[in-house]
Write a protein that binds this ligand. Structure first.
Ligand SMILES: Nc1ncnc2c1ncn2[C@@H]1O[C@H](COP(=O)(O)OP(=O)(O)OP(=O)(O)O)[C@@H](O)[C@H]1O
Ligand SMILES: [Mg+2]
Length: 387
């Protein structure tokens, strides 16, 4: 009898302990769920805040522009472009004289122009587009005009490379001195477009004219072009515009193929300073346009990213530990640099006020910024050696 009641008691105790354990497990599950919910909300809030900051910044950049100053005339004398090593600094200095113009009229004087390199054409197309975005719904649109070049070669090239079509200008009748197979012409690309067609054009030019072998062309396509296309389409595209540009040209007498890929977005500094890693970046560099060169350097040399969902370490506040939010990003520019170094190829980036230029050995030749912008958005420029 006594044994029976003891058995019953221990059974009840076991049952009670089981229930207690179940209850404990449930409570811990509830805590985990609550923690996960909180963590998800932190991520969501962060993303929404970043998107809002970026939208505000884009609105300020484009809407804040007024074109009411004195008319500005710029003489483009001699050769204009960054393709020739010695002309790199002349190019950025000249560009900074007018990219940030605020006059009612901008007149580009090509009377004494001897050569307009692809980088210059890309710069002019992106400037035109940038001004259009700034003045979308405004009446005080500035007038950008230019003289007809005296040099036939220059006029012929403006027509041939797609510039006159782009700016909707009737081409001055000049004999075409250039071959279509030497050029991937400039036109406006859209974010949703598939860049494959443009990529194929460049690959074809490299196969026909560059010093690269098959493997090297594959490296160029898979690492350099893809990463640049990704960057101009993701980071360069503002909410107000969806455009980017590509111009490639073979220059037989200089034995080079100049490749320009550009956007007219918010620039590398603004992208990083409105991204999830902005606090980390702010600790390293002051957020002013005169530091644009340092921002480009940072984006190239360190694993930082302005991508909205890039990973960032945050304190949770709940258990005091750090955890990564978002995806593993910030590798593209490093891949581009490593590939071009391996391919022994010179390249540069211009982004708003800043610029960085690497020689064939991968050494930094220039890394600085001008007081005014040198490019409306961001341009990647590569000089591939031709046969
Ligand atoms: N065209 C551009 N316009 C504005 N910012 C840019 C541009 N290209 C690069 N950046 C900035 O530089 C950062 C680093 O670029 P990078 O290509 O190295 O990494 P990512 O694009 O963020 O990630 P991924 O590893 O997927 O390429 C970008 O996150 C962005 O903030
Ligand atoms: Mg990238």
């Amino acid at each position: 009898m006594k044994k029976k009641s003891e058995n019953r008691k221990s059974k009840a105790k076991r049952h009670y302990e089981l229930l207690k354990r179940k209850e404990k497990r449930k409570a811990s599950l509830r805590r985990v769920r609550k923690f996960k919910r909180k963590r998800y909300l932190v991520i969501l809030n962060e993303i929404l805040r970043i998107e809002k900051d970026r939208r505000d910044l884009v609105r300020n950049i484009y809407k804040g522009r007024k074109f009411q100053g004195e008319n500005l005339e710029i003489d483009i004398d001699g050769s204009y472009g960054l393709e020739e090593k010695r002309s790199f600094l002349d190019f950025v200095t000249k560009s900074s004289e007018f990219i940030d113009f605020d006059s009612k009229e901008l007149y580009l004087n090509f009377d004494k122009t001897k050569r307009l390199w692809p980088s210059a054409i890309t710069l002019l197309c992106s400037l035109k587009q940038w001004v259009e975005i700034c003045t979308k719904n405004k009446v005080d649109k500035p007038l950008i005009s230019s003289s007809t070049p005296n040099e036939d070669d220059v006029a012929s090239y403006l027509n041939h490379c797609g510039f006159y079509d782009y700016v909707d200008r009737r081409s001055d009748f000049v004999e075409n001195k250039y071959s279509d197979s030497d050029t991937a012409k400039i036109r406006r690309e859209y974010a949703g477009d598939n860049p494959d067609e443009r990529e194929n054009e460049i690959i074809r030019m490299l196969e026909d004219f560059s010093v690269f072998n098959e493997d090297e062309i594959e490296i160029f396509g898979d690492r350099v072009l893809i990463e640049i296309f990704n960057n101009v389409m993701e980071h360069g595209i503002s909410h107000r515009d969806q455009g980017w540009w590509l111009l490639a040209q073979r220059h037989p007498e200089h034995k080079l193929i100049s490749i320009c890929i550009a956007d007219n977005g918010i620039g590398i500094r603004n992208s990083l300073m409105t991204g999830p890693q902005r606090r980390q970046v702010k600790r390293q560099i002051e957020n002013t346009s005169t530091k644009d060169g340092e921002f480009i350097k940072l984006a190239i040399e360190e694993k930082v990213s302005g991508a909205i969902r890039a990973s960032v370490k945050e304190r949770t506040g709940l258990i005091g530990s750090k955890y990564p939010l978002g995806a593993n990003r910030g590798n593209g520019l490093k891949r581009i640099r490593a590939a071009l170094w391996q391919l022994n190829t010179e390249w540069s980036i211009l982004s708003h006020n800043g610029y960085m230029h690497f020689n064939r050995k991968g050494d930094v030749v220039h890394c600085s910024a001008e007081p005014k912008r040198v490019f409306a958005g961001t341009m990647y420029h590569i000089n591939v050696e031709a046969r």
